[in-house]
Design a protein around this ligand. Sequence first.
Ligand code: CP
Length: 334
Amino acid sequence: MRHFLSTETWQQHELQAILDRAARYKRDGHGADLAGKSIALLFFNPSMRTRTSFELGAFQLGAHAIVLQPGRDAWPVEFAPGVVMDGEAEEHVAEVARVLSRYCDLIAVRAFPKFRDWSADREDPVLSAFAEYAQVPVINMESIVHPCQELALMLTLQERLGQVAGKKFLLTWTWHPKPLNTAVANSALLIASKFGMQLTLLCPEQAYLPDHRYLDAARAAADAHNTRFEVTHDIDEAYHAADVVYAKSWGALPYFGRWEDEQPVRDQYRHFIVDEEKMAKTNNAIFSHCLPLRRNVKATDAVMDADYCVAIDEAENRLHVQKALMTTLAGEKE
Ligand code: CP
């Protein structure tokens, strides 16, 4: 049995097999590869795309999806080991994961960081606990990484660019009024480097560097592929000759848990918005974003409505890659 918590533990050829299966689902239609199976979808945070694409993907393959929102329509859950549970939580993940494993063939979980203490959040406590206690494969629907989004992004890039190795992938930080999760930024670094792309990370200053775990992984993958991974704070240099521009906003880790101190720092950098002027510096790049996206904050209307914007394709591809992922993990035949 294998979990899908992060692409860090999956090799490129294994991920490519999922992408190839996803492309077949997209081309050939549904099938009933998961007939009689079931998946529990646990959302500790809101979602539009993830919930819709997983629920619909399961339905299209003949499976049944059960959506649970602990603390809202299911009991609040405790994750810490060995605690006296005299607070809000009514049951422990040890029971939740084991019970769901008796009912379902797969468990998928969305659990964002608590945004108070990065040293605790970076251990991914909720996903780790489900993986520890579950007796069926666990899928990460976004925590400190977003591996399903990575698959959708890579399928979209392969559709548009063909062979992605050697192409310049720019991950650019953008301003946003709130400090957002670093998950998609971490994931963009992981997937672009794993597939041998020339990777550039653009952020306003050192404080906006993602956790060293993901920088180290990107450097190691770049070394393995004999490609380049560079970090820059120079907008012109970053956009120059890019083949892909991928935008995301995230909070600065040194300010984790004291976001009121980060706000004036972040507010200096509204000009990191993706606009036509910046896109004109690229090698006719495609643009994408995981969505949701605030228009004219992260990217302009003109960029979002341009032919080179593939964000809607990427969102559609969540459906296809997750169907391929579910069938892969559930061990069903193609
Ligand atoms: N990209 C993504 O995960 O979208 P949702 O937050 O709407 O699920």
